[in-house]
Design a protein around this ligand. Structure first.
Ligand SMILES: C[S@@+](CC[C@H](N)C(=O)[O-])C[C@H]1O[C@@H](n2cnc3c(N)ncnc32)[C@H](O)[C@@H]1O
Length: 412
């Protein structure tokens, strides 16, 4: 549904200026006049389909100047990019249904949920429909901006943001000057002209910051990240780029699915520190399990979000290390135990897997299955569920040893 607010004020304004009757609009939308009155007064919302129909019908009979709507449609608001569409190691996008079903069947009288290591936020997104209140957390800057854009409280002036995106889309990237992003990442992680456009847009968002609400600012950055993700010259993370010539493809930004929830609290803290201050019925724990640091894998999105233009080092062009997780070190088991001890939750759900495959020993899990079971057993009664790899990997045989486990501990 499209929120009523400014779109409908625009309809009313154009309708009155151009002496178009409510009856004409009613014919366009196939909706009766009393309901239209309610829509104009903000009591009801207009659906994406109705908005498209209005634009199409009015475009053909030229009775209504709908350039404002056209821009909204052109920038993809009726078909926004979903949260799940991002490439992210360890995303639970394909498993979240399985996880939530088990949590539902194993818990009683639960109202609040804590996604301690939220990553993409796909588990948070589903939890928002199941629980009265949700706390979500991840220490990466880019993930935090993404949560604020997709779930955070606040409103967006659609016409304003659609116009900004439309202007970005009209820019010919080849005509742009070099900038921080193209100098460092052009021809490596991204095609050179595309990198110029990404750097230009990010700088422009920063310049516009004083005129944007917090929600609008985060939405523009998240929209940029989501749109460039599929252009990245990588295997899905930024530990290295592929050494090949990158084909030019134009960048046209499409809006992300930005919603506003009243029942979410968003944090960007170290999980173990935050755990001491949060009380929920269910805590869901999905930490990294090997030495691969997420802040290093997704350093480009961290740099793009912070936009402090840091010096970069090495072939992979990473900034100084920040947000290095204890869970990726030999201290992982101790960190895990400290977290479980400090969590204030009646139920603890823990995902465990060995999804990241590499020949190097550095990719071995830092917490063994036995350590995990042993720690959870100290704090309550635990049930363990195993998901067949076929369930989430469409039956590919090269993941034969891939196990996805879910532990549910009923805390004593
Ligand atoms: C396996 S991923 C979570 C995936 C997530 N469940 C999903 O579906 O997208 C682990 C996440 O934990 C975050 N992380 C690692 N150590 C952390 C810490 N000490 N505090 C907060 N977040 C941390 C990483 O940035 C990463 O996004």
């Amino acid at each position: 549904m499209i929120a009523t607010g400014h779109i409908l004020r625009l309809i009313e304004d154009k309708r009155e200026k151009q002496h178009i009757s409510l009856q004409t609009i009613s014919d366009c939308l196939g909706m009766d006049i009393s309901r239209l009155n309610d829509i104009e007064s903000g009591k009801y919302s207009i659906t994406n389909e109705q908005l498209s129909k209005l634009i199409d019908v009015c475009n053909t009979d030229k009775k209504l100047d709908i350039s404002g709507f056209d821009t909204i449609k052109k920038t993809g608001w009726d078909n926004p990019i979903s949260l799940e569409s991002r490439r992210y190691i360890g995303s639970k996008a394909k498993l979240v249904g399985w996880i939530m079903n088990i949590i539902n069947s194993e818990t009683r009288d639960v109202h609040s949920f804590f996604d301690v290591f939220a990553g993409t936020g796909v588990v948070t997104k589903v939890a928002l429909d199941y629980f009265d209140s949700v706390v979500t957390n991840d220490f990466l800057y880019s993930n935090n901006v993404i949560y604020k854009a997709f779930f955070g409280k606040g409103s967006i002036d659609k016409t304003k943001i659609a116009n900004i995106l439309d202007k970005y889309n009209a820019i010919d990237e080849k005509s742009l000057k070099d900038n921080y992003f193209s100098i460092n990442f052009g021809g490596k992680y991204f095609q050179y002209d595309l990198a110029k456009k990404v750097g230009y847009i990010r700088e422009d968002i920063e310049n516009k910051k004083p005129y944007l609400s917090k929600k609008e600012y985060c939405t523009l950055i998240a929209t940029l990240i989501y749109n460039i993700d599929r252009f990245a010259n990588t295997v899905g993370h930024f530990d290295a780029y592929i050494k090949k010539t990158i084909e030019y493809k134009p960048l046209r930004l499409r809006m992300i699915e930005a919603k506003s929830y009243d029942n979410v609290d968003i944090f960007q803290e170290d999980a173990n520190a935050l755990a001491k201050n949060i009380k929920t019925d269910v805590a869901y724990i999905d930490p990294p399990y090997n030495s691969r640091q997420y802040s290093r894998f997704y350093h480009i999105y961290e740099t793009l979000t912070k936009w402090d233009k840091p010096p970069l080092y090495g072939v992979a062009l990473k900034p100084e290390a920040e947000n290095m997780s204890k869970y990726c070190t030999t201290r992982a088991a101790a960190a895990f135990e400290d977290l479980i001890k400090n969590l204030n939750a009646r139920y603890i759900a823990v995902s465990y897997n060995n999804t990241y495959h590499s020949k190097s020993s550095s990719s071995q899990n830092k917490i063994t299955l036995e350590q995990l079971k042993h720690i959870l057993d100290k704090y309550g009664k635990t049930h363990i569920y195993e998901c067949s790899h076929k369930f989430f990997n469409t039956g590919k045989t090269d993941f034969n040893d891939h196990k996805e486990l879910l532990f549910i501990t009923n805390v004593r």
